[in-house]
Design a binder for this molecule. Sequence first.
Ligand code: SF4
Ligand code: SF4
Length: 413
Amino acid sequence: MQTHIAPRFQNDPSVTEADAILRSCVHCGFCTATCPTYQILGNELDGPRGRIYLIKAFFAGAPATEHTLEHLDRCLTCRACETTCPSGVRYARLAEIGRAHLEAEVDRPALERVKRRLLRAIVPHPERFRLLVRLGNTFKPLLPGALARQIPTLPKPRLTAPQATVHTTRRVIALAGCVQSVMTPATGAALAQILGTLGVTVDMPASAGCCGALSLHLSAHSEAHDYMRRNIDAWWPLIEAGAEAILVSASGCGSMVKEYGEALQNDPDYAEKAARVAALACDPSEWLLERAGEIPFVAANRGTVAFHAPCSLQHAQRLQGGVETLLQQAGYRLTSVHDSHLCCGSAGSYSILQPMLSQLLRHQKLEALQAGQPDCIATANVGCQMHLQSGSETPVCHWLDLCADALAPVGGL
Ligand code: SF4
Ligand code: SF4
């Protein structure tokens, strides 16, 4: 694609990066076929190619308008288009740069600004988020049904059978995260339980927290970078002491941590550390798959599971099939799920900022997941888990919970 960058952007390194991405697009339109918002809305401007044109026009000097921002806001950043693109166009990075520039020039309506501020002020802070969920549950009976159904319930503590632990000096770091630490703390416990059977100790420093993705997706880049630096500071002593990996069990956070190197590449104090952190980051499925033969699963037929692969796992991290292999090895039978490449509509804060599109996508996804009448739905990201559960009676859990349930208790069976 030929581009012309307006003089006012010509000394901006992020626009230079965007320009290189724009030039890699050859307009073929293959990506539109797998774009969830294009499939629903049928408008070229609500598909990746159209959004690329809008960003190109803006950097060429077209005025920033609410109309442009609206089409970019409707994008889930699910990255299905990147998986489909034969030219390797880095759409998500382009959208991130485009949004940040547009956000600085377009005035959002006051209510939108308040919503975005509140999300950033509450969600990355577990104590505030927990308090909000508690308040929501207290007043749930007074709220309209549709709103009440959106309020998640705080989990009960998970009771786990003690596991035989092999004692070695191997250590990994795990990220508790913000939303996951409040809503599904059992996932971190399940990971630690599985790793314990392999003789691996998990360090989860309390000073690490939100990965920064929420702020980044809301175009608050410097806030996101502060969260990243805070996490790097929390992990660095453990990395220097020999931690083998940083396991991130929420795939949305995992895809963010894997991009720390790129996000902080221009920070002279953190660029090198961020690149090292990114290289150590992995999804637990990647790490466990290499050691699958050593996990002491008890052989049993454990029922049927429909697996929802989050976009952050299959498109952003490009990990496909690993979780399914581990679940099968643990004794679960997987149902087939059509259109498994499509987003469930959770997409970080999207379910709050774009509720209609989000609910439509959830409805479609649940139809696909429930078609095989599974005993439960498993996924790999807390956001998808909560979003799907809010629309379904079928239990929705993290795949690590299922794997931990399949472990041999102390002394074997
Ligand atoms: S598939 Fe890739 S190259 Fe083709 S229009 Fe989409 S982004 Fe551009
Ligand atoms: S990231 Fe997802 S929603 Fe956005 S343009 Fe690409 S496929 Fe469409």
